[in-house]
Design a protein around this ligand. Sequence first.
Ligand code: COA
Length: 326
Amino acid sequence: MTVIRSQLLGTGYKLPAKVLTNDDLSKMVDTNDEWISTRTGIRSRHIAAAGETTGDLSYDAALTAIKNAGIRNEEIDFIIVATITGDNTFPATAAKLAQKLGLKPGTPAMDVNAACSGFVYATQIADNMIRLGQVKTALVIGAETLSKITDWTDRNTCVLFGDGAGAAVFRATEGEGTPEDTGVLATKIYADGSQYEHLCSDGGVSVNQKAGFIHMDGKEVFKVAIPSLVQGVEESLKIAGLSMNEVDWYIPHQANLRIIDSVAKKLEIDMEKVIVTVDHHGNTSAASIPLALAESFEAGKFKKGDLLVISAMGAGFTWGGIVIRI
Ligand code: COA
């Protein structure tokens, strides 16, 4: 049976020029490279310049993705930005971006706030719209400037996060409706707000009219992260009618190497098939997966027909997974 599939046409990314190493951090707070690298796997992260916004990073990532997709900007008929650090409280960063990219007047644009699961959420929304025939070509972006909501005096959090943007272009194509098709084969998203206070901003427009700083109970988040990332993989594979031993690459949310290691063990996937970028990106929330995806494409890691499984977990809590054949 012929079905519509969202084909991944191209990806792109942008990292700010400034690199902050663990040694740099050790001059700012009471920490050291040994603690950060053994507890998290992070060695450096990129930090946006003073005037550099999430929208600016998104723009550059989008241009590369559009170029790599081999399309013109005007062919995009939906744009969605996953972020918790949008340029303004309103309007959506995506709306400003649509204008800057010169998309057709009237092209729908929205932001989605699902924290580190943002790219999974945004891809599900775009994929559903494509499969329903509402749009043909969608630009999905995950972008953050977390450095702007980081308390640089708090060693518990400031060593963990980074800035960046990743973008992906998806287009409607015909498939056979089988697990052998290329394109997005399954998406699954979840949320549970019962523990939201373990990972949240201590500010908000309606609460205290401030953006606030990242607050995290690391141990509590750690416990939930592992089963959530596993569930994102297992459930999306089940929907796709595929199993773990058919997966060529696993792209987990990049928060902590120890979490990624544990999840890979539980999924019984070799670390050689797991994409790791947390060492040089840190945790970039919604940008983490599209950054890892785009960097891997650029490095020539993937070949046509490879099966990718993605899973993410973040504040909310939110979590989920994507299965895609490229
Ligand atoms: N440098 C040096 N010491 C630090 C430190 C730092 N940057 N940050 C914390 N410490 C100290 C703590 O104060 C604590 O000291 P104490 O025992 O004297 O109180 C000690 O190190 C141990 O801290 P702890 O919180 O137990 O470390 P941990 O092994 O749990 O690792 C995290 C902390 C944050 C790395 C880990 O909990 C984690 O990765 N959590 C999940 C994060 C995550 O996935 N977040 C995003 C999801 S989207």
